[in-house]
Design a protein around this ligand. Structure first.
Ligand code: PTJ
Length: 249
């Protein structure tokens, strides 16, 4: 799956690997027309972070994970970019948490849904994981969203209490918040609407954040809800980190 020309010791290996995954997903018809623009924006912010998980992002990750563990009906939402970049990590996390994964895309077409669901099902088979994957037969709508992008599963997103929405658009994030859910956002842009409106925002690159969650669960690192957690403080710390990285270059 991940055969790229660059050597893993190459300083830009992780970035090249993610680009390669997007190129492959594009060939399979999984991506929205604006997927590369969204990725480029993410890359720019990751540069400013220094391409590392910051201490405040790690704190948000631990708190988010604890919230997902505690959730009665946790669901992981997957869009085209997420499926391209981190299907294996999303499936592994869903398997560890014992929760479903739901494909839910903004620019919804039957062709894209089929391509994304096909890719996830192939990765699930290769990994040998037993995970419920939803999205194929939506029977409900997210209130407040217009058009095909509102389609979802009643037993999945609609009735979830905790939902992970990586790389999400602001409208959907707001609609989910208005439904009273705990909305966990992963977004490299601390100024995006989703980042500012979500319950818990992890300002980190998607695959890094997911790998941290999986490692926390595997190491049995204390995964406890942080009663003092303040999302605005987390976002401020991410911005300060970026400014300091720039100053010291
Ligand atoms: O597959 P669809 O139809 O649901 O569409 C998916 C995209 C991502 C195209 C759609 O949701 C979109 O247009 O998103 P936005 O509004 O561009 O927001 C994406 C956010 O994710 C931006 O704030 C980026 O900075 C951020 N981002 C991009 N790549 C990563 C990222 N954050 C974390 N890790 C990344 N790898």
């Amino acid at each position: 799956m991940d055969e790229i020309a660059a050597d893993p010791s190459h300083p830009r290996y992780a970035s090249l690997l993610m680009r390669h995954r997007l190129e492959e997903a594009e060939k399979k018809g999984m991506l929205a027309a604006s997927a590369m623009i969204a990725h480029g924006r993410g890359e720019a912010f990751d540069y400013l972070l220094g391409e590392v998980t910051t201490p405040s992002a790690l704190k948000a990750t631990r708190h988010a994970l604890a919230s997902m563990v505690q959730g009665k009906r946790t669901v992981l939402s997957v869009n085209g970019n997420v499926a391209a970049l981190a299907s294996d990590e999303m499936l592994t996390l869903a398997s560890e948490l014992g929760c479903p994964l739901e494909v839910n895309i903004f620019y919804r077409t039957p062709e894209r849904m089929e391509a994304i669901l096909g890719h996830i099902s192939e990765r699930k088979r290769i990994l040998g994981l037993d995970v419920e994957v939803l999205g194929h037969a939506p029977n409900a709508r997210i209130p407040g969203l217009k058009g095909p992008r509102a389609a979802c599963h009643k037993e999945g997103i609609l009735e979830s209490d905790v939902i992970l929405v990586p790389l999400e658009d602001g409208d959907r994030c707001r609609a989910l918040m208005e439904m009273g859910k705990t909305v966990i956002v992963i977004d490299l842009n601390p100024r995006s609407r989703s980042a500012r409106e979500g319950t818990i925002t992890i300002v980190d690159e998607l695959s890094r954040a997911l790998k941290n969650m999986i490692a926390m669960l595997a190491d049995k690192v204390a995964v406890v809800v942080d009663e003092q957690y303040d999302n605005h403080a987390t976002l401020d710390m991410a911005l300060e980190w970026m400014l300091n990285t720039l100053k010291h270059e």
